[in-house]
Design a protein around this ligand. Sequence first.
Ligand code: COA
Length: 154
Amino acid sequence: MQELNIQKTTETNEALYDLLLLADPSKEIVDEYLVRGECYTAWASDELAGIYVLLKTRPQTIEIVNIAVKESLQNRGFGKKLVKDAIEKARQSGADTIEIGTGNSSIHQLSLYQKCGFRLQAIDHDFFIRHYDEEIFENGIQCRDMVRLYLDLS
Ligand code: COA
């Protein structure tokens, strides 16, 4: 499998935003994550392949708030590599727990996160109705609820 070179970045440019907005259609929310969190980019050779943002949400708790792989490079294992790298970064920072949230309709993502060890924690009912202006549909399902997942690192 192709190697990924993952590095922290403080840059923002259009290519980065294109990826970030794949995971979250709200630029306002993405901008807030970039100010408060740490952004990591993944490079396959010289091509920007993926991105994730880590945010410290509570003492000892880190959340993956945005993760995406470039559409043309999806389904090659890069997403799993990014999630595993994020888990390792959270562990190295001394966090006890890493969390992630996704939509009830995000079947592929729910599968990926559980394959990486995340367990279901809670449902934030109507999160996407409250926070997003447009209705979101995926896999023929309306995205209404945020499914919260966690992984114990201690
Ligand atoms: N349908 C269902 N499951 C699928 C799938 C598909 N089309 N493609 C991959 N998977 C599963 C596979 O089971 C795979 O596990 P395996 O390695 O055991 O076979 C697992 O997901 C990981 O796949 P991977 O190739 O590593 O994922 P990816 O590189 O495609 O990246 C995302 C996954 C979610 C990051 C990517 O699809 C993406 O950027 N999506 C848009 C942004 C987004 O939704 N971000 C998350 C917001 S919560």
